[in-house]
Unconditional design. Sequence first.
Length: 546
Amino acid sequence: MCHQTLNSAHRVQCVGGSVSEKERERTQSNRRCYWLKVLLLIFVLKEDDRGAFINEEKSSVQMYDRLHNLASSALAEKEFKQRSSRLWEEPYRQASAWKPCAGRKVPTNLGKFDKNNGYILISANGGLNQQRVAICNAVAVASLLNATLVLPQFLYSNVWNDPSQFGDIYQEEYFMNILKGEINVVNELPPHLRSLDIEAIGSLITDADLVKEAKPIDYIRHILPLLVRNGVVHFLGFGNRLGFDPLPSNLQRLRCKCNFHALKFVPKIQQVGSLLVRRIRNYGAARSMLDKQLLGNFMLDNPSNNHDAAKGPSKYLALHLRFEVDMVAYSMCEFGGGENERKELQAYREIHFPLLIERLKNSSPISPAELRKLGRCPLTPEEAALVLAGLGFKRGTYFYLAGFQIYGGKSRMDSFTSLYPNLVTKETLLTPDELAPFRNFSSQLAALDFIACATADVFAMTDSGSQLSSLVSGFRTYYGGGHAPTMRPNKKRLAAILSENSTIEWHSFEDRVKKMIEEGQRVRVRGFGRSIYRLPRCPECMCKAQ
Ligand SMILES: *[C@@H]1O[C@H](CO)[C@@H](O)[C@H](O)[C@H]1NC(C)=O
Ligand SMILES: *[C@@H]1O[C@H](CO)[C@@H](O)[C@H](O)[C@H]1NC(C)=O
Ligand SMILES: *[C@@H]1O[C@H](CO)[C@@H](O)[C@H](O)[C@H]1NC(C)=O
């Protein structure tokens, strides 16, 4: 059933994680909606070769026939064995020692300045998750500069194709109230500043004016004087313009509070999110701390009314398969699709990554085989399924697939669905009528994926660099109480394991895959310079029981 969804090239959506923010920033202006690109590609490539394309769509692409067969027999054998519950748990007990703490009341002098230095406007770029990061960074910057923040605006871009503004996605009043006392947030600029031409007075700050991951001192030196002189500055773009370290710990805490406490989805999103989660679990109860944070009043806590209650909830694993055409093309890797694939990806790069093409001309290329060895290739659906089988997930497991167009569509998903047929997406779980209010809003659709991934029993990602995966895993760490495991492969280790695909014994494959995943689940304190959104285990965000 999900094949149709995965395969429909006519869907008018175009969300993908960021390949490389810089590349995106540079190429944004000449990018078009994903489906248009795909259609265009089909025409560019296949004008006189349409039949071949259709054939390619039909036949599956598989790189590991032998391992696939071993996985298939292993799953058949496990079918009737008792489920091993360890799979669904975090392997390290220390995970539950950390509790959410950024919301606690602490004596602070934030927001208690004598003089308001001015107003900060931001227009955040990117999709849902990049915007979230921009908002919370702006909160910290406003506080640092003793400024008042105007409710963030979202830039419309033809990549995301979504005109949603802050209030279409997050509860405005709630946001302002939670941060009250620590930072002033207002709905709009005061009248005397509204008529200013911000660009003309030199107060428009683009990403070109500020280094990536700028430090507080950069803001004090370059932004504060403008703010004081003009009474207002406008950050255009802004995503990652505030570094993680060094930053005073009260500002770090504020940033954490913003991300984990102040941004609540609007009821429209919570309500359909709740429906989605309920349908996956096939059960009326949604009661975990994560549910509460994400679903608000739409949390159902009366399972006894549900006729399925006796069966108990079914667990599900949410999977973010970042195998979308932009990522695949950008990687320069090969994925077993032969000449067709090579041509198709090269054509895509020429249209969408002109700077990458330029760079490649002036450097000696790394071979696709070498890239694979270095762990630089995004995981294919087939590889993801092999890892999940190696971990011991049963054939009947429910998988919620987040994200959008899988590169290659059905032909790429076949090897996944032949091992794991119970694959669902928001499009298969919700009716067209239920989805209709979200259809034209890619960020709101992304919010539904965020909810389904964050509240999943297990969340598995294939790329830890993606913004969705990163924020979702942070949420699960923060609110999961040590019972919301996230699995991320170490791509280099995995490549080494898979390079033995023609000889490795299945039990040895299992062992090595399990060790690799467990290694990634170790409980560590956030390291210097690492994202607090992804790794909130640090004293500013979480408290550790002694
Ligand atoms: C902000 O206000 C506090 C308290 O009045 C003051 O100590 C600090 O220097 C101010 N910072 C800036 C950047 O104006
Ligand atoms: C979505 O956009 C299409 C094309 O612009 C329009 O026809 C349709 O009415 C829109 N749907 C909703 C729910 O806004
Ligand atoms: C699979 O095994 C073959 C034979 O050893 C090897 O040549 C190939 O590179 C392996 N595939 C991958 C993707 O590592």
